[in-house]
Design a protein around this ligand. Sequence first.
Ligand code: ADP
Ligand code: MG
Length: 318
Amino acid sequence: MPTEFELIARYFARPAPQALLGVGDDAALFRPSCGMALAVSADMLVMGTHFFPETDPRALGHKALAVNLSDMAAMGASPRWVLLSLALPGVDTRWLRRFAGGFFALARRHRVDLVGGDTTRGPLNLSVTILGEVPPHASLRRDAARPGDDVWVSGMLGDAALGVAHGKGRVTLAEGELVRCMRRLERPNPRIELGIALRGVAHAAIDISDGLAADLGHICERSRLGADVYVAQVPRSPLVARLADRRLAHEVLLAGGDDYELCFTAPVRGRGRVQALGKRLGLPLTRIGTMRRGRGVRLLNADGDAVRIGRHGFDHFG
Ligand code: ADP
Ligand code: MG
């Protein structure tokens, strides 16, 4: 049985070229780039709340980092350094090897260094703190939307929530469909390049972790505005488009979390720039609505009538 220190050395101490001092001391040291603001955020994955005991540890390693990278994307920040705090019920070397494999594969792809953390015994809990950099005047804040802004969304929504719906027995997916949905749910692809490209183009942004309606609602609240969303324009995967159960289709599309796409607002005169950068990144960017004076998100069908959904998004205490 490895000791706590052997465990850290074996699975988590890696070279940190972007730091002055990485894992192994009382604190890590790094030098932020001149003129940049530090963007800092933390996100936790708790067993039973965010994932099930049987989840592949590689997927967990990926997701624990991905949800934090997604917060950097939503600020327009370049991710640089991460801290990883783990509570583990015991030492399961196979589990640790796979978890670290998933975590570092994604860290390498986005060139972020693991510079420290904490490891204790306890009910399985994965907590990541991430630090990134953003030019202070080009950050994508939730409170920066303006009336008349277009509302945009990246990628296609609904597949991750469809995977959850299958798990709850609300829909039965074919084998191949389920694989696709579980991939979206367990291996979200944080939109880092998009967030950086939107500096100076978008006004406000948020990543969709709790559902489009709820997350756009946060932009509305912080910006003291309302939003109209044209539901027919919201980009959906072929699977969601084919769903016979329309209520479920609306729910996974508008209230389903876990897609980790970006929702952002940009001035009407910036439409050409947004479309051009979508093409450059090979990522569909779709205009789905408008920011307006007032409060709250209105979900509208093609006739301009309100679309009702059972709930607006995920809330741990709601
Ligand atoms: P301290 O007792 O000073 O808190 P620890 O024994 O908790 O130090 O950790 C020793 C070193 O290992 C520190 O540099 C800490 O940041 C790092 N560390 C601990 N757990 C992890 C982890 N899960 N991933 C990365 N680094 C870790
Ligand atoms: Mg410690």
